[in-house]
Ligand binder design. Structure first.
Ligand SMILES: NC(=O)c1ccc[n+]([C@@H]2O[C@H](COP(=O)([O-])OP(=O)(O)OC[C@H]3O[C@@H](n4cnc5c(N)ncnc54)[C@H](O)[C@@H]3O)[C@@H](O)[C@H]2O)c1
Length: 255
């Protein structure tokens, strides 16, 4: 490869001068993503409902010499979401990248053990929380005719799971919503994509059986496996991807 071509490709992965919001950045995949986006040069606004773990994420990013700010926020609360986006605009000027990662678990429950309150609460966090952030950042992205929206779904949305219909339904909704948005926003140069991980080594994983994943592959995924996929979709290297679902799952499930 000619050196100048290699340089162009290398540069397309850079997130220098980009501003990224990551939800659920206090733990697991969100934490790894916030750290990796910052490492690629983005100014990161880390959001989580768990204030202590959120502060740790931001402290680690700053210790590494990168830029980040913690804003505690419940993604189901429209006022808090809008105020987070306004604060981001005040401090960093705009938003280029939105990573909708924050979510909760289903509890491994069969259908008749999921009560209505639990069903509604999970849909509120895992599906409506994604909508709240998209709603809040879109005016900025539309105005600048540039944006990368990446939402974290799950293999459970595509292949189904043994339990937790509410979790699978919410994650399926994230995919449908993203595909529709990708079409709606294509002319405005806003890419909307989904990452649907298989089993990833976080506290959430311990709700699921790990054997099917191990049968297909020699290891369980790490948060950084998902973070790297998100960083690709956040960068201009993925400029021709929109409405797509990328699934880091070690071959457990093939789209
Ligand atoms: N770990 C896996 O095997 C796996 C597999 C497929 C998909 N996922 C998805 O990956 C994403 C990250 O999960 P994880 O495994 O890192 O789990 P995690 O529990 O470690 O992280 C989820 C984060 O979301 C935050 N959060 C929950 N409710 C919130 C709210 N109302 N407002 C703000 N933040 C909130 C939590 O505090 C937590 O920090 C989720 O969307 C999850 O559904 C995980």
């Amino acid at each position: 490869m000619k050196p100048c071509v290699a340089q162009t490709i290398y540069d397309s992965f850079s997130l220098e001068n980009k501003v990224a919001i990551v939800t659920g950045a206090g733990n697991g995949i969100g934490k790894a993503t916030a750290k990796m986006l910052a490492g690629f040069g983005a100014k990161v606004v880390a959001c989580d409902i768990e204030e202590e773990s959120l502060a740790e994420t931001v402290a680690e990013i700053m210790t590494d010499g990168f830029t980040a700010m913690a804003i505690p926020c419940d993604i189901t609360n429209r006022d808090q979401v809008i105020s987070l986006v306004e604060r981001t605009k005040t401090v960093y000027g705009t938003v280029h990248i939105l990573v909708n990662n924050g979510a909760t678990m289903g509890g491994g429950k069969p259908v008749n053990e999921v009560n209505e309150k639990e069903f509604d609460r999970l849909i509120d966090i895992n599906l409506k929380g994604v909508y709240q952030f998209i709603y809040a950042v879109l005016p900025l992205m539309r105005n600048q005719r540039y944006g990368k929206i990446i939402s974290v779904s799950s293999v459970a949305a595509i292949a189904g799971d043994m339990t937790d219909i509410h979790y699978a339904a919410a994650k399926g909704g994230v995919i449908s919503m993203s595909k529709t948005l990708a079409k709606e926003l294509a002319q405005e140069k806003i890419n909307v994509n989904v990452v649907a991980p298989g089993l990833i080594n976080t506290r959430m994983m311990h709700e699921w059986e790990i054997e099917p994943a191990l049968e297909r592959f020699h290891r369980i995924g790490e948060p950084e496996d998902v973070a790297a996929t998100i960083c690709f979709l956040a960068s201009d290297a993925s400029g021709y991807f929109s409405g797509q679902v990328l699934s880091p799952n070690g071959g457990e499930y093939m789209l």
